[in-house]
Design a protein around this ligand. Structure first.
Ligand SMILES: Nc1nc(=O)c2c([nH]1)NC[C@@H]1CN(c3ccc(C(=O)N[C@@H](CCC(=O)O)C(=O)O)cc3)CN21
Ligand SMILES: CC(C)C(=O)C(=O)O
Ligand SMILES: [Mg+2]
Length: 275
């Protein structure tokens, strides 16, 4: 079964189309990519959103966090991905400490947009609102990122599930509402209880893309290496290897798309629960 409407094959995805998918209750499919070959394959198979993630610090560069990644490296990989893509919506991750002031955020976001991104993503809550407003006013669409924000691994004290207590959940919901009010047009939710993922998705007009945030987000994203079983070491709970049960990359991506669209992924074993 193909979820890609062939008549829409070459109609590029836009933020309006992603809003429409949420409104219609159709799940949004997303994977990370870092090069033209995988980006082209995912694009042709119907993946709707390709995230050039700063997770490239881990999976490409071999670091143990995303902190060493530079804006130049993000721009390079964004340009590589953009050359492979005809249809998918491309989001470029702003790396660690590249948006500590509004002026820096505008300069670095412009570089990602000029490298081929259609939106930039930044980690954090209400403190980013002024920045989100300015970027949006300058024609730079913003995706927020709440919950486990890996660029803050050192202040969080590790890669830990967030929003497990009622107070912590309330804070994340408030941050989500604040980002939307400031103009954010998409929101990534990472490693939070499924109940909170559902609550935030319901409270917002904009789509949410979950990674370890439960089945009720508007869509799902995985790091491509994780979805293809290339995760060395202990896998986070939200990771599923789609290659092992299928045997080829194309079949693995097809299964990922089918399971996200049908709601079969994420299953309870990929999800977190509140306290
Ligand atoms: N390959 C890869 N996949 C990712 O999803 C990913 C990266 N790299 N690099 C950047 C961040 C780091 N991420 C991580 C890393 C580890 C966990 C993890 O081990 N989580 C525990 C939670 C344990 C707890 O709350 O105490 C888990 O069991 O899933 C989660 C997200 C997500 N991102
Ligand atoms: C895991 C996703 C959401 C991300 O931010 C990344 O790949 O860098
Ligand atoms: Mg990232």
């Amino acid at each position: 079964m193909s979820y890609l409407n062939l008549s829409e094959n070459l109609v590029p995805l836009t933020i309006s189309k992603l809003m429409k998918l949420k409104a219609e209750g159709q799940k949004i499919t997303s994977l990370t990519a870092y090069d033209a070959s995988f980006a082209a394959l995912f694009d042709q198979m119907g993946i709707e959103v390709i995230l050039v993630g700063d997770s490239l610090g881990n999976v490409i560069q071999g670091h143990s966090s995303t902190i060493p990644v530079s804006i130049q490296e993000m721009a390079y990989h964004t340009a590589c991905v953009a050359r492979g893509v005809k249809r998918a919506f491309i989001i470029g991750d702003l790396p660690f400490a590249s948006y500590t002031s509004t002026a820096e955020a505008v300069k670095n976001s412009a570089l990602l947009m000029q490298s081929g991104a259609q939106m930039v993503k930044m980690e954090g809550g209400a403190h980013l609102c002024e920045m989100v407003e300015v970027l949006t006013h300058h024609g730079i669409p913003v995706c927020g990122h709440l919950g486990l924000t890996p660029q803050s691994v050192n202040t969080l004290g590790g890669f830990k599930v967030q929003g497990k207590s009622a107070d912590a959940a309330k804070k994340i919901l408030e941050d989500a509402l604040a980002l939307e009010a400031a103009g954010a047009q998409l929101l990534v939710l990472e490693a939070i209880p499924s109940t909170l993922g559902a609550q935030i998705t319901q409270a917002l007009k904009i789509p949410t893309i979950g990674i370890g945030a439960g089945p009720d987000c508007s869509g799902q994203v995985l790091v491509m290496h994780d979805a293809l079983g290339a995760f060395p070491g202990r896998k986070p709970k939200f990771v599923k290897d789609f290659l092992a049960p299928t045997g080829t990359i194309e079949k693995a991506i097809t299964l990922y798309i089918e399971e996200v669209k049908s709601g079969a992924f994420p299953a309870p074993e990929h999800c977190f629960v509140a306290n």
